[in-house]
Design a protein around this ligand. Structure first.
Ligand SMILES: *Cc1c(COP(=O)(O)O)cnc(C)c1O
Length: 353
C-alpha cells in the first residue's frame, strides 16, 4: 500500500529496529535509563534549550506543556484549528481547568498579533488571565516566517506571556528554511517535537524548555501516566530518527512539490501555492470526492479523500510510488470525465474497473 494519509504511518526501518533491539536500558522513572538520558540531552542541545523530556505522544507532550505553563483558571491563546485546541480532546480544559481562547489562524499559519492583543483581557476579577500563546510550526505544512517568530517573541515578552510552539513537524520547517533548529527555537520558551511522524520513530515526542520548567513538567508527566520504565528501547528509535532522518525530510518536500505540479498539470486544483513542506491540499469536485478514496484503495493507494484532500509525503513513499499515484489519478480523472460517471451505473463500473 502507498499510504498518503499522514506521516504518522511511517514504520521503523530495519536499521532503526536494530538500534532499538540493542538499546541499553534502565528504569527511566528512577532516571536510570541511559538511552532516554542521552535522547533528552541531545534534544535539549539540538533545540538550544537547557533540558528536554521524553513523552509517549505529542498530545501528552502538549498537555504537559500547558499544565506546566498555566494554573487552573488561566487562559491560553491558540489557533482555532490548532492541534492543541481542536484535536486533543479538550485535555487542557478537562484535566487542567485551563481555558482556551481560540482565534482564527491566518492563511500563512500565523496568529495575527493584533488579534492576539485584542483577546488579552484586562486585569479584572471578571476575566480569566492569559498566560500563554501557542503557535504551531508547521501548520498545515506551512513553515511560519522567521520575522513573524521574532515579532511573536518580542510581543509575548512585552505582554508577559509565555510562548509555546507545538513543533510536531518543526524539523520540516527548519529543513525547508535551510536553517538549524535553534534559529526557530530561539523565539520560544518551550516546544514539543514529534518523533513518530516524518522522522520515522514508532513512538515518542519531546518537550524542550528551561531546566526549571522541565523539572516541573516531569511531575505533570508522572501525574498523567507518562512515566515509562525501560523506555530506552523507544529512545533509541528516537535517537536513530534524529541522527538519520532529519536531513532526508528534504526528499519528502521535493516529492510533495513534484506531485503537486503533476496534479496541477492534469487539471487537479491544488490549493494555495503548491506543496508546503511535506503536504499538499487539493480540492476535489463534489461528484468525485466520495469515489476517489475507495477507487484508489482498490489500486493500493490510501488517501483521506474529501472535498479538501490532504496528501502527505514521508519516508515510506518513494518518487516511484508517487509516479504511480499520478498515473492512477490521471486514469481516475478520465473515467470521471465520462458523462454520468458521478453516480449510479457508471460509478459502479468504475469500482469494478
Ligand atoms: C500529530 C500532532 C500532534 C500530536 O500527535 P500525537 O499523535 O499525539 O503524537 C500535535 N500537534 C500537531 C500539530 C500534530 O500534527
Amino acid at each position: 500500500m502507498i499510504d498518503l494519509r499522514s506521516d504518522t504511518v511511517t514504520r521503523p526501518s530495519k536499521a532503526m529496529r536494530q538500534a532499538m533491539a540493542d538499546a541499553a536500558v534502565g528504569d527511566d522513572v528512577y532516571g536510570d535509563d541511559p538511552s532516554v538520558n542521552q535522547l533528552e540531552q541531545e534534544a535539549a542541545a539540538m533545540s538550544g534549550k537547557e533540558a528536554s523530556l521524553f513523552l509517549p505522544t505529542g498530545t501528552q507532550a502538549n498537555l504537559v506543556a500547558l499544565l506546566t505553563h498555566c494554573q487552573r483558571g488561566d487562559e491560553y491563546i491558540v489557533g482555532q484549528r490548532a492541534h492543541n485546541y481542536m484535536f486533543e480532546a479538550g485535555g487542557a480544559a478537562v484535566l487542567g481547568s485551563i481555558q482556551p481562547q481560540p482565534i482564527d489562524i491566518a492563511p500563512d499559519g500565523t496568529l495575527p498579533l493584533e488579534t492576539v492583543a485584542s483577546v488579552i483581557k484586562p486585569d479584572d476579577f471578571h476575566f480569566a488571565q492569559a498566560r500563554l500563546l501557542c503557535l504551531e510550526n508547521t501548520h498545515n505544512g506551512k513553515a511560519l516566517p522567521l520575522d513573524y517568530l521574532h515579532q511573536a517573541w518580542a510581543f509575548t515578552r512585552k505582554k508577559k506571556l509565555a510562548l509555546h510552539v507545538d513543533g510536531a513537524r518543526i524539523f520540516n520547517a527548519a529543513v525547508a528554511m535551510n536553517v538549524p533548529l535553534t534559529t526557530l527555537t530561539q523565539y520560544c520558551d518551550t516546544l514539543t517535537i514529534c518523533l513518530s511522524k516524518g522522522l520515522g520513530a514508532p513512538v515518542g515526542s519531546l518537550l524542550c524548555g528551561s531546566a526549571e520548567y522541565i523539572k516541573r513538567a516531569r511531575r505533570w508527566r508522572k501525574m498523567v501516566g507518562g512515566g515509562m520504565r525501560q523506555a530506552g528501547i523507544l529512545a533509541q528509535g528516537a535517537l536513530y530518527a534524529l541522527h538519520h532522518n532529519v536531513e532526508r525530510l528534504r526528499e519528502d518536500h521535493d516529492n510533495a512539490s513534484w506531485l503537486a505540479q503533476r496534479l496541477e498539470d492534469m487539471g487537479v486544483e491544488v490549493i494555495g501555492s503548491g506543496a508546503q513542506t511535506n503536504m499538499l491540499f487539493v480540492r476535489i469536485p463534489a461528484n468525485e470526492a466520495n469515489q476517489l478514496g475507495p477507487w484508489m484503495k482498490q489500486r493500493g493507494v490510501l488517501i483521506n479523500a474529501g472535498p479538501v484532500t490532504r496528501i502527505v509525503t514521508h519516508l515510506d513513499v518513494s518518487k516511484e510510488d508517487l509516479q504511480r499515484v499520478a498515473e492512477l489519478w490521471g486514469e481516475f480523472k478520465r473515467l470521471m470525465a465520462v458523462p454520468g460517471s458521478g453516480s449510479g451505473q457508471a460509478s459502479r463500473a468504475i469500482y469494478e474497473g
